[in-house]
Ligand binder design. Structure first.
Ligand code: MAN
Ligand code: CA
Length: 236
């Protein structure tokens, strides 16, 4: 995988490093791949002097032109590679086992599984938590999924702990620096398939750039730095 990435970097003359799928957001300096594998257990090596956690602000990992790793700020704009499992059947099998291992519930109506996290976190930590389980903050792609998440919400609302308020839970969209609301996969809400805001939202109450689902199944803009419950999804 690393060799293939280096070849592609040269052909496309990308920047001198690219993000890889590992972060230390959950536990500083303890870099883990997105499915929770400890990087200490892989063959990857750091560049000389790395990780150096410059300015105490480097919680993401990038790979340089010779295949060595460095810790970088998560806010940097760097190219990145994506990888998808090759066949649908293989992905579904993989996803079902991840779901089982991490306590997610499979839903045949949407072909994804979900986990409602009642222990409240800020949006960025919620994002990292879903990633560490091999999932992502839930993305609503249609009305069926909105209704399903509303039902899951109802089933777990009593478990919410430490949230600023329990009427909404964080999910996978936000307002990015270009001012547009888009999912964590970079799609506009309309293209993702669901863009119905809860009545009188988004209201940007006190400054709200992060996405949440209201207990009525509709969208809300929420503060990024306050703790709320959140919903993760693993999809094939
Ligand atoms: C209330 C409303 C929402 C807002 C949240 C923040 O529910 O004002 O618009 O996003 O508070 O917790
Ligand atoms: Ca709001």
């Amino acid at each position: 995988m690393a060799q293939a990435m280096l070849g592609t970097m040269k052909v496309h003359k990308l920047a001198s490093s690219v993000f890889i799928g590992a972060t230390g957001i959950l536990s500083k300096g303890d870099f883990k791949s997105l499915d929770g594998t400890d990087l200490a257990n892989t063959a990857l090596e750091y560049a000389a002097g790395e990780p150096n956690n410059a300015n105490n602000a480097e919680d993401c990992l990038a790979m340089n032109e010779v295949g060595a790793l460095e810790d970088v700020s998560c806010s940097r704009l760097l190219p990145y590679f994506c990888r998808k499992e090759s066949t649908k059947k293989c992905r579904v099998t993989h996803v079902k086992s991840l779901c089982k291992n991490h306590g997610y519930q499979w839903e045949s109506h949407t072909g994804s599984c979900y986990k409602f996290h009642g222990a409240a976190k800020t949006w960025r930590l919620a994002l990292a938590t879903c990633h560490s389980e091999g999932g992502h903050l839930a993305i609503i792609n249609n009305e069926i999924e909105s209704k399903l998440l509303k039902k899951i919400y109802k089933e777990h609302v009593e478990n919410i702990d430490g949230a600023k308020e329990s009427r909404h839970a964080l999910i996978g969209f936000r307002r990015w620096d270009d001012g547009e609301w888009a999912t964590i996969h970079g799609e506009s809400l309309v293209n993702a398939g669901f863009s119905q805001w809860s009545p009188s939202e988004p209201n940007n109450s006190g400054g709200e750039k992060c996405g949440s689902i209201h207990d009525n199944g509709l969208l809300n803009d929420a503060p990024c730095d306050e703790p709320f419950a959140f919903i993760c999804e693993i999809s094939p």
